[in-house]
Design a protein around this ligand. Structure first.
Ligand code: 5GP
Ligand code: ZN
Length: 113
């Protein structure tokens, strides 16, 4: 855990963001600046700065499995959704606690911007 990390503080609920999902390994909550009708961040409880800083395959798998479970609960599993992990500058990562974006509820373009 990192004392000054925003997502660690949300995991600890020092910042009381409503959780849409909680497990022993990860939590999920709605993005403050949603880019789609459904935009949820899935975050491991453990502090890991980015995909570059982990080899924890079970943790990474649990993020994806949590996203698919949340997508079903949100009613977007059949219509479709996108999961995104931004890593470092060129991808636009702004919070350096790894997280998976779950986006859905509208058609999305490809390639992404
Ligand atoms: P990144 O750009 O690092 O891939 O994604 C960080 C995401 O965290 C952004 O989509 C941003 O809107 C979201 N975010 C930043 N601060 C907060 C916050 O305090 N609460 C919530 N719910 N989302 C946040
Ligand atoms: Zn953190």
């Amino acid at each position: 855990m990192a004392d000054d990390c925003l997502f660690c503080r949300i995991v600890r609920q020092e910042i009381p963001v409503p959780l849409v999902y909680s497990s022993p390994d990860c939590v999920a909550f709605r993005d403050i600046n949603p880019q789609a009708p459904t935009h949820i961040l899935v975050v491991p409880r453990e502090h890991v700065a980015s995909l570059n800083e982990t080899t924890d395959a079970p943790m990474l798998g649990k993020l994806s499995l949590a996203a698919s479970e949340i997508a079903r609960a949100e009613g977007i599993a059949d219509s479709g959704y996108r999961t995104v992990v931004n890593t470092n500058r060129d991808a636009g990562q702004t919070v350096f606690h790894i997280h998976l974006h779950l986006l859905g509820g509208r058609a999305m373009a490809w390639p992404p911007g």
